[in-house]
Design a protein around this ligand. Sequence first.
Ligand code: TYD
Ligand code: MG
Length: 455
Amino acid sequence: MAGKKSGTIFFCQECGYESGKWLGQCPGCRAWNSFVEEPVKVTAKGKRVTTGLREDSTPLPISQIDLKEEDRLTTDIAELDRVLGGGIVAGSLTLVGGDPGIGKSTLLLQVCQRLAAKQVSVLYISGEESLRQIKLRAERIGQFDDHLQLLCETDLDTIDAVVRDKKPQVVVIDSIQTMFRQEISAAPGSVSQVRESTAVLMQLAKVQGVSIFIVGHVTKEGTVAGPRVLEHMVDTVLYFEGDRHASYRILRGVKNRFGATNEIGVFEMQEKGLVEVANPSEYMLTGRPEDASGSVVVCSMEGTRPILIEIQALVCSTNFGIPRRQATGTDFNRMNLLMAVLEKRLGMQLAGCDAYVNIAGGMRIMEPAIDLGIVLAIISSHRNLPLDPKMLCFGEIGLSGEVRAVSMAKQRVMEAKKLGFTTCILPEVCLKDVGQVEGMRLIGVASVMDAMQCI
Ligand code: TYD
Ligand code: MG
């Protein structure tokens, strides 16, 4: 855009890809019909935007950089602290994304409640709800200390001034899509506004040392830019997911500059806000059918935590020419591949069968370690043969039908033992790592053929 004083540019609302002209499909993220036109103002020549990361710009030798003990503020919500990597880091910018109505505002208000109770000054800024509405929500959640202050505001310059003046330790911005800067002519929620607002907040966080949480709504389509546009700008990205029909919610760390990613926190939405689920395996297995064919328990690692999950399969003969296949909560292509392995290696006749695979409870699991579970569930349903309810399995399956090693086998077996399982089918190569486990019969298998003979 060199030489242009002002004009318009087209942005992809999914990933923020910029283009001088409208495109039907985004070359960046392949989304269709995601480009919108937005006016942009070119800053006057010579005017530079400071990043504000450090006041003077002389480089320092690495050894001279003072590494203070990272200041972490625990929220006392263990599930959240784990996902954050041990607490809120001072001066960090965290994005909490999720579908509308999933519970982002509720979670952050609960964080504010806990922090305020510890005499931490917190400022909750909402651009979506009135003070009364926030108060009503707070009434449901419980008692609040006056260290929590509320503000309804959408103008970021005002917010910037308020934060600099009041100097709170933690600030919550409920939702970035409602915030705007007057300098930018685009509407609130547009890609340029959302980006610019995040940049202002980033600077505020780094210069003032205040920890900021930003709420970002995930939008399927429409006129609002999604949180993916700003993932690269913030320190930590958390996504709040869950089935609208189930009451549990999963907080997943997608990016974290101060800790491990892929950690999850499990919550349950109740009358009085979100409640932590300390033992998700137990929670996920409640309501498991007894003596039903096609039901197998597997153990998947979510970050550093093993979680037991039930996989269900239903295989029945097809009524139409083309069999129906459907995977819910796991990868459809992976399921097709595993069925092809079963046909080829075990000679099972699945070509004339409809097959449905479902991860019970509505969780999404992409880890290959659940392959063995999917395969056994399909075999169990196909033969109408219920499996031992005290048995679980895990292992990745290769195209030759071999069962391959998975990481952290020991932790998986221990989690199963904790929940009363007595038999575990696992990759043969993992047996050595696991060793002897009292009260647990370990069956090492090298191929799907071996696994089939164990059930
Ligand atoms: P909310 O936090 O407003 O969602 P978001 O900010 O992500 O859009 O969550 C609202 C939903 O949660 C709403 O459907 C009502 C429900 N809810 C409860 O079930 N219990 C509660 O105590 C609260 C505060 C909300
Ligand atoms: Mg909200």
